[in-house]
Design a protein around this ligand. Structure first.
Ligand SMILES: Nc1ncnc2c1ncn2[C@@H]1O[C@H](COP(=O)(O)OP(=O)(O)OP(=O)(O)O)[C@@H](O)[C@H]1O
Ligand SMILES: [Mg+2]
Length: 268
């Protein structure tokens, strides 16, 4: 592999600082002694889709997971630096992680619906948070499924098992489940990588429609996907955010050689 000067970076500042929904400052993540994220400063804009791209093992998932403290679940993991969301440092000990994750939701690579009905998948967490009003729950089920572009296909089978759905439908159910909590931010780690092309394109359309209500940060291996759906793109390499810019610029005229080689398919 080519040697790049990792001090070469190009990270834009967002034009509207008041529109920053979440940002990291000097974020480091260690698995034991292995430093997977090496000081990342990135701001994310409200109601936009930001894609995180880069070769395997460069830290995309680690970085994404840190944004709602999913790394807490992994033993021997240390996260330092700040994650500022609404003037609060998500990374501080005082934060109620459970409450925070209602605001910053996550969808994983493999669709992972609960072994329950479609309806219960969406209402499970709401009920746990004390929502008992049947009419309200019905309403949330309907709006979440509509937003996830799944309502028309499942409205007559809400009480059937979620596992009877196709992979793409299951993934949209997981998106519906995440948005039922009305988060501000939706984190997605390669949400379409386990899906066929048609399911992938419905998930992509769903995300584009969701950005009017949510701020979306998505890890993807698929550069066409990043180019199709995202407004901003961050290129990660060896634990660093090397380049961050408007998606169009990253894919047409990146400023950093490593980014250029990666997006033109020279490595990764
Ligand atoms: N749970 C874990 N425990 C220990 N090390 C981990 C863990 N998860 C990731 N790592 C290490 O952290 C580094 C970054 O991994 P990460 O999964 O964040 O990369 P990625 O960019 O998401 O890769 P991919 O594109 O393959 O998903 C790698 O060196 C990896 O081995
Ligand atoms: Mg990953």
């Amino acid at each position: 592999m080519k040697e790049y000067n990792l001090a070469d970076r190009h990270i834009i500042e967002l034009k509207k600082p008041e529109e920053i929904i979440i940002e990291t400052k000097d974020l480091h993540v260690f698995y034991g002694k292995n430093e997977a994220i090496k000081g990342v400063d990135l701001p994310f804009e409200k109601n936009k889709i930001t894609a995180l791209i880069g070769p395997s093992g460069c830290g995309k998932s680690t970085y994404l997971r840190s944004l709602n403290r999913m790394n807490d679940e992994i033993p021997n993991t240390t996260v330092t630096g700040e994650i500022i969301y609404k003037n609060v440092d998500v990374n501080s000990k005082e934060v109620d992680v459970y409450e925070m994750r209602k605001r910053i939701g996550m969808v994983f690579q493999r669709p992972n619906p609960f072994s329950k009905s479609i309806y219960e998948n969406i209402t499970f967490a709401l009920k746990r948070h004390g929502e008992k009003d049947k009419k309200k729950l019905d309403e949330i089920v309907e709006t979440s499924l509509k937003q996830a572009a799944l309502w028309d296909q499942v409205k007559d089978s809400l009480h059937q098992s979620a596992h009877a759905l196709s992979g793409g439908q299951q993934q949209r159910l997981c998106i519906a489940r995440a948005i039922a909590m009305k988060p501000d931010i939706l984190l997605l780690d390669e949400p379409a990588s386990a899906l066929d092309p048609i399911s992938t394109s419905t998930v992509e359309e769903t995300l584009i429609n969701l950005k009017k209500d949510y701020s979306i940060i998505i890890v993807t291996h698929n550069m066409q996907q990043a180019a199709r759906i995202s407004d901003y793109t961050a290129f990660f390499y060896l634990g660093y955010a090397i380049e961050y810019d408007d998606t169009r610029k990253i894919f047409t005229r990146p400023k950093i050689k490593a980014t250029e080689d990666y997006v033109s398919g020279h490595f990764g």
